[in-house]
Design a protein around this ligand. Sequence first.
Ligand SMILES: [Zn+2]
Length: 140
Amino acid sequence: MSEWCQNKKCPDKKNQNQIRGIKGAKYYQSNKANSYMGYWCTTGCREEWFNDNKDTCMRAVGLIDKQTVNLDDAWYVEYRYDYSIEVPDRYHLINRLKGINQSILQTQAQTAESIREDRCWSTISDNEARELAVTLGLTS
Ligand SMILES: [Zn+2]
């Protein structure tokens, strides 16, 4: 992995922090890649890079057909972050395809680890949500 932003047009931003060189021989250079972004310095550079390279990327990855999620795999748990909502009603087990939206307990909605670490927004996986729906008798 290069340490430099992969967008060829990165120096075209002409930002003050991109200036290098001595008087009379100054130039703009690419930014370093942001460790969070991986290959680019900003989402703007990533977007520009993607627009320049999307066809190459799609040829490399390959196109896929329409994907679907069927009735029995459509379960998920939702956390509602809103102080106007009563705490007991913050977690819901949902399957819109079956028309089910049921309030569940925090201990059902989260893993013990998430509760221990106080990450209230972190809910169980969709597979676990499906297992919970079976346990609660909402599906077989
Ligand atoms: Zn950049």
